[in-house]
Design a protein around this ligand. Structure first.
Ligand code: NAD
Length: 490
């Protein structure tokens, strides 16, 4: 791999996300040689006035646990520059352009510029347009790439407005919408597991798959993020983006080749074939929840910063039906919530049982064959398991179900590259495979909007699940109606 030369401009340069995740990610790419160690620089920006030395001290703190030595950290940090910058002030962009041009010469970054907007979403569009209008984009033959944090809008309309603002300044293929779930080891493995194994892909359809379940369960509550979370909720915060993106990699048809343009085409097709519900459909196919009290924990409505009559969803579950040939009547069940029994992101694919169970009769103790279940563990446990029916070791013909597993040890799981590192790597190489394109985001909002609209129009019967449980009863009934049940936890 040829190391990439680049000049970064990071808006929100000493914000929480930047210090906790972004600098350690860039540092790891530096250590591993994906980023050219001599030919890069970063300009940190926000309204704060800091000296370069003060900024570099913060960088060294931020990467302390990743650095092999103090010298290494120091050398890395010497490429960082601070600029006090108010994104709402047009004049500040000409100073920025001047500094960018200087650093580009000094570090010979060949006109490659990465603009990362790690700020409140209301600034995303404005920053993009000002960068364009005030000529901060490079014209020297390198690349200009714009990285946008989440959330991307709060419904289709606002997302479209944001996207129009972004695309008036950058081309779609220059825009990288961050969804950190797509930078996780297991999510990135889905296309390989599917299209690299005829054993799986040949049965990846409604004829053999009974249902697909996607769970993004959190153990924590709202913590100190009520200000944001109470205006968003589980449906916007977890379902519209992360969950539906995972759905798209699971449901898509095989791309012609493994390049982002081809993959995006197939993801969009899959998302656009989801049945969009009317109000009645929403009532039947979606369930919302809000946590009440539990052992040692207070109800959501008593959390700091949450209004005592909040109608916000801390849990959302739903059933997706695809109007396409591959999926037919096979449902995808999705759910995500806070204050659940355990923290785990996972996908459980339940295969149908054999049409005829020839072992059920004539054995001493008939034991029904189970449908195979393929599980992908996303986070914090990482790996894959597959249940298969076999014969137990007793005399006579008794079947039993065993688990073939490839689960990473906690030690190894703790060492896999973090999502932001993988995603930064892809930004440097210009690979949009694990980013959401606009038509995908649009399709996801169009699916989610009617649900949100109905939920906003009438108060929920909250609280309706206990902290530390697996969510509201209605979410179990959603599956029971189809003769199914959540596979996890047992
Ligand atoms: P933050 O509030 O810590 O940082 C934002 C920065 O923007 C601050 O440093 C602030 O000084 C600066 N800023 C505000 N107004 C400005 C102005 N007019 N001009 C210049 N600078 C200004 O926020 P954060 O937690 O780092 O989040 C940044 C983005 O990342 C948000 O879009 C958020 O939704 C997203 N995000 C954050 C996390 C996280 O763990 N923190 C996780 C996922 C997504």
């Amino acid at each position: 791999e040829t190391p990439t030369r680049a000049l970064f401009m990071l808006f929100g340069g000493v914000g929480d996300l930047a210090l906790r995740k972004l600098y350690p990610a860039i540092f790891n790419l530096y250590k591993k040689g994906s980023l050219d160690n001599d030919h890069f620089a970063l300009i940190g920006l926000s309204r704060k006035s800091l000296t370069d030395e003060e900024f570099r001290a913060k960088i060294m703190d931020s990467i302390a646990s990743e650095a092999d030595s103090q010298e290494q950290a120091q050398t890395f940090a010497s490429h960082f520059y601070w600029k006090s910058h108010d994104v709402t002030n047009k004049d500040h962009y000409s100073d920025l352009k001047e500094l960018a041009d200087q650093l580009e010469q000094k570090y010979e970054t060949e006109g490659n510029r990465v603009f990362y907007v790690s700020m409140a979403p209301r600034f995303f569009g404005m920053v993009a347009q000002s960068l364009h209008d005030q000529d901060v984009l490079s014209t020297n033959g390198g690349f200009n790439r714009l990285v946008i944090e989440k959330p991307f809008g709060r419904d289709y309309e606002s997302a479209k407005e944001l996207n129009d603002a972004l695309t008036s300044a950058f081309h779609e293929n220059q825009i990288y919408r961050i969804d950190h779930y797509l930078g996780k080891e297991t999510t990135e493995a889905i296309p390989v597991l599917r299209f690299g194994n005829p054993l799986l892909e040949s049965v990846w359809n409604h004829e053999y798959i009974k249902d697909v379940q996607i769970t993004l369960a959190e153990k924590l509550g709202v913590e100190d993020r009520a200000g944001y979370y109470d205006t968003a909720g589980a449906l916007r915060d977890m379902i519209q983006n992360h969950t539906l993106q995972i759905v798209s990699y699971l449901a898509m048809d095989q791309p012609n080749s493994f390049v982002d343009t081809e993959i995006r085409r197939e993801k969009v097709k899959a998302l656009q074939s989801m049945e969009v519900y009317d109000a009645e459909g929403v009532k039947q196919n979606f369930v919302r929840g809000q946590y009440g009290s539990g052992p040692d924990s207070v109800p959501y409505r008593e959390e700091p910063g949450v209004p005592s009559d909040s109608n916000n969803d801390t849990y959302a579950a739903g059933k997706i039906v695809f109007n396409n040939h591959r999926w037919g009547d096979t449902p995808f069940y999705i759910r995500s919530g806070k204050k659940l029994a355990d923290k785990q992101g996972r996908i459980d694919i339940e295969f149908k049982k054999p049409l005829v169970d020839i072992f059920a009769k004539g054995t001493k103790q008939p034991q029904e064959l189970q449908g195979n279940v393929l599980s992908f563990y996303i986070d914090p446990k990482i790996g894959i398991t597959l249940t298969v029916n076999t014969k137990d070791s007793e005399q006579g013909m008794h079947t039993e179900t065993i688990d073939l597993g490839y689960l990473q040890s906690d030690q190894r799981a703790a060492k896999v590259p973090l999502p932001y590192e993988r995603l930064f790597h892809d930004i440097l190489t210009g690979d949009g495979t694990y980013f959401a394109s606009w038509p995908e985001v649009a399709a996801a909002w169009k699916f989610v909007d009617p649900v949100q609209k109905l939920w906003d129009s009438e108060p929920g019967d909250f609280p309706n699940y206990e902290s530390g449980s697996m969510g509201p009863k209605a979410a179990d009934e959603l599956l029971a109606r189809d003769g199914n049940q959540w596979y996890w936890p047992d």
